[in-house]
Write a protein that binds this ligand. Sequence first.
Ligand SMILES: Cc1cc2nc3c(=O)[nH]c(=O)nc-3n(C[C@H](O)[C@H](O)[C@H](O)COP(=O)(O)OP(=O)(O)OC[C@H]3O[C@@H](n4cnc5c(N)ncnc54)[C@H](O)[C@@H]3O)c2cc1C
Length: 461
Amino acid sequence: MDATDVVVLGAGPAGVGAAYRAARAGHRVVVLERSTVPGGAAGSFEVAGIRVDHGSHRLHPSIDPPILAELRRLLGDELQERPRNGRIRLAGRWIAFPLRPGDLARRLPRDFALAAARDALTAPLRRPRRDTFAEVLRAGLGPTMCERFYFPYARKIWGVEPDELSGAQARRRVAAASPSRLLRRVLRGSREGRSVFHYPRGGFGRIVEVLAEAAAEAGAEFRYGTAVTGVDLAADGVRVRTDGGAAVDAARAWSTLPLPMLARLATPEPPAGVLPAAGRLKFRAMLLVYLVLDRPRYTEFDAHYLPEPSTPVTRVSEPRNYRDGGDPPDRTVLCAELPCTAGDDLWSLGDAELGALVEDGLARQGLPRPGAAAVHVRRLPHAYPVYRAGFERAFAPLDAWAGAQPRLLTFGRQGLFAHDNSHHALAMAWAAADALGSDGSFDDGAWAAARERFAAHVVED
Ligand SMILES: Cc1cc2nc3c(=O)[nH]c(=O)nc-3n(C[C@H](O)[C@H](O)[C@H](O)COP(=O)(O)OP(=O)(O)OC[C@H]3O[C@@H](n4cnc5c(N)ncnc54)[C@H](O)[C@@H]3O)c2cc1C
């Protein structure tokens, strides 16, 4: 059983990045992807002739420099550097986001600013009483920022009370989780003027598209429209079965599928306790509602962040404001993000009802009513991992089971149940390919060291 060297499951940034690096290093690679295109959650597609993403996507400047250099080489001047221009709704006001000191001082209501400053000064006196999202942030930032911003936002994003979420959700998801880190971020914004991000002119998905093209040029074979339906694990190789009936035999399988899904697809069946644990790891789903507007621009801002509970929309972005040039002059598209649970009432609403819900929500936040000419909806069943308190007890047996399979590797946002950015997924891809020796051996020590680095990833908004 050794037809190809590596079969990669999933063609998001993690899978395609790994396929690219492994193929460039001379390995035979086959990629299996359920969708008809590469990109995963970081892919782009067209709505009304405009390239859009799955919600607001930016390439953060904290990306590893060698990976950025490779993307620059592949994308050329298509990869633009753009100033961020977002706003967040705080205490009924619009504040520049990322936060800037001058703007904060000018716009934040006085009582809010004073209470937040007092909380910052008293931070050294607070300690978390339990390892929950609520306690970690209350100790770090104090009650004002928590009650008026982070807690309402957390309820919308994860659908769980902040004190039912693990402290890990705060450490890995909130980059400004203490006054000093918050201050550093605000000051960084002020020193550099506006913070910047990288974005390809043709949509965020161009990153994975060019990597897939380069991987194919290096010999990787991509099979799109091919869902993985079974993963047979043996000591000397792997057979991956697909919905078309075809199977791929390989020396190694690198999976970027959701880890609980991988465990359910595996034979032999994982030992007792693993599948029940898989059932306890939950992902938050996301509805993406695209509104087509018959006007050149909705606002000058790239994104509006909406933590307030009066609308289920957490963020609305306008793709044309993420790039310079190339979009039609007479229309624009908005993308509203509505976190939910797959199968719940919100998830099941029709396009027109969702369009109306978004229009009302934006108007209630003081934004112009969009008056959309058309509505398109996309559904992501695995948008965010939900770190309920104690989730580690469900993750650990699954991770240990996967780690004990000699020919299996699991990584990427879904594969490691990590709320990571694309640049983190690419770092995982690079690390996986780097650990693969030219003779097909795998450096477990290098991978273990890489896993420690991944554990320090903090999500950037
Ligand atoms: C709303 C939102 C906003 C985000 N904003 C940003 C941002 O601003 N910047 C940033 O860097 N990142 C952002 N991210 C995160 C980014 O999208 C992810 O980090 C990235 O997509 C993870 O890549 P991945 O390859 O690990 O997983 P995915 O992109 O999820 O790819 C997994 C792939 O596996 C495929 N698959 C699943 N099941 C099967 C099966 N049975 N058979 C075959 N294929 C299968 C899927 O179709 C998918 O293509 C955002 C994510 C969301 C949801």
